[in-house]
Design a protein. Sequence first.
Length: 88
Amino acid sequence: MPPTHLFDKARKQSISHSLPDLLLESNNQDSTTKVLAICDFYAYSDELNFVFGQAHLGGRVAAIYLPRLREELYVRKSNKNNNLFEQE
């Protein structure tokens, strides 16, 4: 879960536009390191109800949010998810 200060209790979602900045601040990478956060929670940004992800345009950091990528949220409940897969 994200830090509590990035969670909007009223919306029950995380604030997406603040996460990339937090990722850059909390990791001491050199200027060539890229950071991708794969998040298993809902998030929103500004006036949008939800986002699939957020990134700094031309930057080094991005986050994707898995719940909105799951097929059963939109179509049907299933044991098999066609949009995501795990590799063992």
